[in-house]
Design a protein around this ligand. Sequence first.
Ligand code: DHB
Ligand code: MG
Length: 222
Amino acid sequence: MSTHSTFLTPELNDYLARLFSAEDNDLRRLQELAAEAKIPAISIAPEQTSFLQLMISVTGARRVLEIGSLAGYSALTMAKALPQDGQLLACEIDERFADFIEARAREAGLDHIINVCRGPALTTIASFTPEDLFDVVFIDADKPNYVRYLEAVLPHVRLGGVVIGDNCLAWGHVHEAQPDYEPSNVTAIAAFNDRMSTHPALRSTLVPLGDGMTVGVKIREI
Ligand code: DHB
Ligand code: MG
């Protein structure tokens, strides 16, 4: 017994991934096709899928915003947990990736839920009206803009809604004062975690699944 954390070994991680992955045939097929299409293999890990679906279910989400969708692995994952009248807006700046996501959404029978929005996510968010509110926002795009995405999107998160950022352990370097590994990305993620952990409108934690996801629930208006 201990008040300290139990650190994940590769064996413990395999164990939890075996029990709690929501990866199904559609998602496995998406990964195969993404590899063939030479889309970078930097999606979330299978053990993160069940956590994203859990966030959708506990918030009773109907509207989800994803910032940075790559091949659509996490977008399909979240769309599968939404009700049939749910909506997932997937912001993707790369046209080729956007086409790929739309094809996978059609094949998985999720094209009535997933809408791909092309172009910079900050432009998309700037076009929202005050009535455009989301239950879950997943940020997994260019790291130097993470804090900007957070500030831009927070007015569009409903009370009780959640914001989730990916890669919040920054490949294991987030605690380093002067990281040698991808310093601009690592320091940007550290700044995002600082903002998430101190923002007066959020109650947050860092969930160490995959490369870490910092999660905040909106507890008051900004
Ligand atoms: C990498 C991983 C990610 O999950 C991401 O969003 C961006 C980059 C990487 O491993 O380089
Ligand atoms: Mg990521």
